[in-house]
Design a protein around this ligand. Structure first.
Ligand SMILES: [Zn+2]
Length: 118
């Protein structure tokens, strides 16, 4: 058995943000797999199989809930029928930057406004 075999893309470490993560298995069992971070030693739970360990590592339920909430907030702002207050625009831009960062895109530079819906 060689390791790892599936080449499943892994998300960045939830503890330190590093992309220097890998999947491995215990030599004594060859069935207990887990993903760990080479920079902070953070690790995911042990799973019976490489695919399960990678899927568990890549699953972030709280992050998914927060992104859904941010997208909902942005939709409300985009439907605003008058010019929203500046603090709303600032919150909107921060939410868009967080969504972009979570999706792997480059967020806009600080201070650069993202156009809101008409
Ligand atoms: Zn880490």
């Amino acid at each position: 058995m060689t390791k790892p075999q599936l080449n499943i893309p892994l998300r960045a470490c939830p503890f330190c943000g590093s992309k220097n993560v890998t999947v491995n298995y215990h030599n004594y069992s060859k069935t207990d797999w887990w993903v760990f971070c080479l920079d902070c030693d953070g690790s995911g739970p042990i799973d019976l199989g490489e695919s399960g360990a990678c899927e568990t590592w890549n699953t972030r339920p709280l992050e998914a809930q927060l992104l859904e909430a941010l997208r909902g907030m942005c939709t409300v702002y985009e439907l605003w029928d008058t010019t929203p207050p500046d603090y709303f625009i600032g919150a909107y831009n921060k939410a868009q930057a967080a969504i972009a960062a979570a999706e792997g895109a480059t967020p806009p530079p600080p201070g650069e406004d993202v156009p809101m819906g008409e």
